[in-house]
Design a binder for this molecule. Structure first.
Ligand code: SF4
Ligand code: FES
Length: 257
């Protein structure tokens, strides 16, 4: 740790936007008391509670679980509850709404585009074979669990969307988080829905929109590795294409009517 004395305050610049008053976003500077254990979220809470009650932002768990406090911190997508002001000294710290997302107000973005994309990939188990409740738990081997466990850690924080240059260019791209969540089900031995989901994967706005930049996996706070999920589904999509190509065509029905 440096021998420099810690400051007693830190400047936080917030990009504000209140649709009823502002024709465009503007920067507003706040001076916040600094302590070494203070997160960016706590800095914003200090502003809201003691300086300016009009500042709007989302948060809930304060422990990197709910995924609601994502924002741009000095230009990087971060969970504000998991990012500490001590790592951003001497400031000023620049805070903006998540990139590539429609801003509703101040640091709050609309989650609607993300949720609509999620609906397209049926993010739930579509049973391979019907199973009665009386059959009890559907047990899996540790290897079967390993195949999808990492991808089930997604907390829908959308940091990977703010990091993805392709999503910035094409908002119709399903994007890293949704493709990782989709892979979580495709890779589950109990699931039989891969073919149904293939339609969403194989379109231009599916996996083939990805140009393998990989920044999505770098910023993911839960180490989900969405880039890996996208790559695995590029392979699945290519296989599906060739299997369809070589599959015998159904013979026309020549039965006299
Ligand atoms: S994949 Fe990671 S960065 Fe993307 S939404 Fe899920 S948890 Fe957030
Ligand atoms: S407040 Fe829940 S992830 Fe930050």
């Amino acid at each position: 740790m440096s021998d420099k004395p810690m400051p007693s305050t830190i400047e936080i610049d917030v990009l504000r936007y209140r649709p009823e008053d502002d024709s465009e976003p503007f920067w507003q500077r706040y001076s916040v008391p600094f302590s070494e254990d203070m997160s960016v979220l706590q800095g914003l809470q200090h502003i809201k509670d003691d300086i300016d009650g009009t500042l709007s932002f989302r948060w809930s768990c304060r422990q990197a679980i709910c995924g609601s406090c994502g924002m741009m911190v000095n230009g990087n997508p971060k969970l504000s509850c998991q990012t500490f002001l001590r790592d951003l000294l001497p400031g000023p710290v620049k805070i903006e709404a998540l990139a590539h997302m429609p801003i509703e107000r101040d640091l709050i973005v609309s989650v609607e585009p993300f949720v609509k994309k999620l609906e397209r990939v049926s993010p739930y188990i579509i049973p391979k074979t019907p199973r009665a409740l009386a059959q009890g738990e559907h047990l899996q081997t540790p290897a079967e669990l390993d195949a999808f466990a990492q991808f089930s850690g997604c907390i829908n924080c959308m940091l990977c969307y703010a990091a993805c240059p392709q999503y910035g260019l094409n908002p119709d791209f399903l994007g890293p988080g949704v493709l990782a969540l989709m892979h979580r089900y495709n890779a589950d031995s109990r699931d039989g829905g891969t073919r149904q989901r293939m339609e969403a994967i194989s379109t231009e706005d599916g996996v083939w929109s990805c140009t393998a930049v990989g920044y999505c996996s770098e910023v993911c706070p839960k180490h989900v590795d969405p880039a890996n999920a996208v790559n695995q589904n590029k392979v699945n999509s290519a296989k599906d294409y060739f299997l369809r190509f070589f599959a015998p065509k159904a013979k026309p029905d020549t039965t006299p009517t």
